[in-house]
Design a protein. Structure first.
Length: 319
C-alpha cells in the first residue's frame, strides 16, 4: 500500500502531524523504533503508578490554540511543579521564592532579598562572558554556587565558565522525519552532539520516599541530577482515588551521547550550530521530506512548542 504520509517517529511532533493529516482525509503510516508510541512522554504502569519511562514530563502552556488542541483529546490534572533542591543535605525551595532566600540568607522580606541579590550581582561588570557570569549577574554568587552551578554542569557535562552562553521514500508520497537529522544522512558530515540521560528505577515497599515529585541535587559531587518519585505527579493516588502502598523512584544521570544512546538534548554551541546548518542545507534539498521536532530540527522544544510548530507545519502542508 502506498500512503500519503509516512511519519517517522511517534512523539509529539509526529503524532500531531499524523492526527492532522488523518483528519484531512490522508492515509498515514506511523513507524517508530521503540515498542511504544508517544516518544519521550510515554508512561507505563508499575505498581499502579504511571511511571515516566523517559524522564518526567510536566505539560504547561500559555498558548490557547495548543491548550484547546490537547484538551480535545485528554483531561489534565492540576499539578504545580515545585521541586526541592538538595545541596549537600541542605534543602531549598524551587523555583526561587522567599523560603529559598530565607534559608540562604535569613532574610524575611522581599526588599531584604532583593538587596542581597543586587549586592552580589555587582560582582559582574560589563557584558557576561559565559554562563557563570550570566547567572551571577541575574541571581548573585550564593544562589549560583548552591542551586545552579553543579546541577547545570552535571546536566550539560560542561563547565559553566566556558566562553559560550548559547544556549523510506517508496512507502509514501511524503515523509515526515522526526529522528536525528545527522542520522538521516548517515552522519556524512560528522555527528552532532547531544546530551543523553540514563534512568535508574527502583520500586520501594513504602508509601513515601521523598514527599515530592522532584528533588534536584545541585552539588557537583552527587552523580545523579535529580530523583523523581512518580506517584506525586498524581498526588499519590490511583485512578480511583486510593492511596498507593508502594512507590517508584527514578534517579537521573546525565551523560555525553554516543552512538547507541538515546539523544535527549541538542548541544547548541557554536560548533554544533554550524554543523547543523550544513545538515539543514542537505535537508532542504531533499524532495518530499519534512524534518521536524527536537531531533529533526536540532533544537530544544518544550512540549507545547513542539505541538505548536507541528500544527503550523500541518497547516502549511495540508490543504
Amino acid at each position: 500500500m502506498n500512503y500519503n504520509y509516512l511519519i517517522v517517529g511517534s512523539g509529539l511532533y509526529g503524532a500531531t502531524i499524523a492526527q492532522q493529516a488523518k483528519k484531512a482525509g490522508k492515509s498515514v503510516l506511523v513507524i517508530d523504533k521503540r515498542p511504544n508510541v508517544g516518544g519521550n512522554i510515554y508512561t507505563e504502569k508499575v505498581e499502579g503508578i504511571n511511571v515516566h519511562k523517559y524522564g518526567a514530563h510536566i505539560f504547561h502552556t500559555n498558548n490557547k490554540e495548543v491548550w484547546d488542541y490537547v484538551t480535545s483529546f485528554v483531561d489534565f490534572n492540576r499539578f504545580t511543579n515545585s521541586p526541592v533542591a538538595n545541596y549537600k543535605g541542605e534543602l531549598y525551595s524551587m523555583p526561587f521564592n522567599m523560603y529559598t532566600f530565607n534559608k540562604m540568607w535569613g532574610v524575611v522580606t522581599p526588599e531584604e532579598a532583593a538587596a542581597k541579590i543586587e549586592e552580589q550581582k555587582k560582582e559582574i561588570t560589563g557584558e557576561p562572558k559565559n554562563l557563570e557570569e550570566q547567572a551571577i549577574s541575574l541571581v548573585g554568587r550564593d544562589i549560583y554556587e548552591k542551586l545552579v552551578k553543579g546541577y547545570t554542569e552535571k546536566q550539560w557535562g560542561r563547565d559553566c565558565n566556558l566562553e559560550n552562553k548559547e544556549e523510506l521514500d517508496k512507502l509514501a508520497e511524503k515523509v515526515i522525519y522526526t529522528g536525528p537529522i545527522d542520522a538521516y544522512f548517515d552522519y556524512k558530515l560528522g555527528t552532532l552532539e547531544y546530551r543523553s540521560v540514563r534512568f535508574e528505577n527502583e520500586i520501594l515497599d513504602k508509601p513515601n520516599f521523598q514527599g515530592n515529585a522532584a528533588v534536584n541535587y545541585t552539588d557537583r559531587e552527587t552523580p545523579w541530577t535529580r530523583i523523581i518519585e512518580h506517584k506525586w505527579f498524581e498526588f499519590g493516588k490511583d485512578e480511583n482515588g486510593n492511596d498507593l502502598p508502594k512507590t517508584v523512584i527514578s534517579r537521573e544521570y546525565s551523560s555525553e551521547w554516543k552512538l547507541g544512546d538515546e539523544p535527549y538534548y541538542p548541544v547548541n554551541d557554536a560548533k554544533n550550530s554550524a554543523l547543523y546548518e550544513q545538515y539543514k542545507a542537505l535537508a532542504e534539498a531533499e524532495d518530499n521530506v519534512i524534518f521536524g521536532g527536537r531531533l529533526g530540527e536540532y533544537k530544544y522544544y518544550d512540549m507545547d512548542k513542539t505541538i505548536e510548530v507541528a500544527l503550523a507545519a500541518a497547516k502549511k502542508e495540508l490543504p
